[in-house]
Ligand binder design. Structure first.
Ligand code: HEC
Length: 113
């Protein structure tokens, strides 16, 4: 009987903690993960774009990420909007909100403006 009660209480505590941490994650401003953003950039964008810092353009079509980061019109908002709109010559990636945030933060980190 005591064991059952302890189990019951433990479950309750566990659920409460789970709820609290989910709420905290929702409320907290998540710090974007630059390493993750870099990995996403290399995986999904590297076919066409030079994604590394200071890389020179190889092909002629896609601008380098450093060049994109340095454009005066590039902001966190513009990149997010860009990633949410299917692009004519770019596939639609369906990145999660966190993945987009990491990717955007990574691209912006290439700028020295
Ligand atoms: C299939 C090739 C291809 C892939 C893959 C690709 N891009 Fe592009 N991207 C292009 C081309 C080509 C352009 C420039 C011409 C244009 O805007 O249509 C471009 C333009 C852009 C621009 C706009 C720059 C401007 O002038 O405003 C951004 C931002 C961008 N790409 C980000 C990304 C990101 C982030 C990824 C990965 C999630 C990605 N691209 C993957 C081909 C690609």
């Amino acid at each position: 009987m005591r064991l059952a009660r302890t189990c019951f209480m433990a479950t309750g505590l566990f659920l409460a903690l789970g709820w609290a941490s989910t709420r905290a994650a929702d409320l907290a401003v998540r710090t974007p993960d630059l390493a993750d953003g870099k990995a996403i950039a290399e995986k999904w964008c590297g076919h066409c774009h030079m994604t590394g810092p200071g890389e020179k353009r190889a092909g002629d079509a896609a601008p380098t990420f450093t060049a994109i980061a340095r454009m005066p019109s590039t902001t966190e908002m513009s990149l997010r909007a860009f990633l949410q709109t299917p692009h004519v010559r770019m596939p639609d990636y369906h990145l999660t909100r966190d993945e987009s945030a990491d990717l955007v933060a990574y691209i912006l980190s290439l700028s020295d403006k």
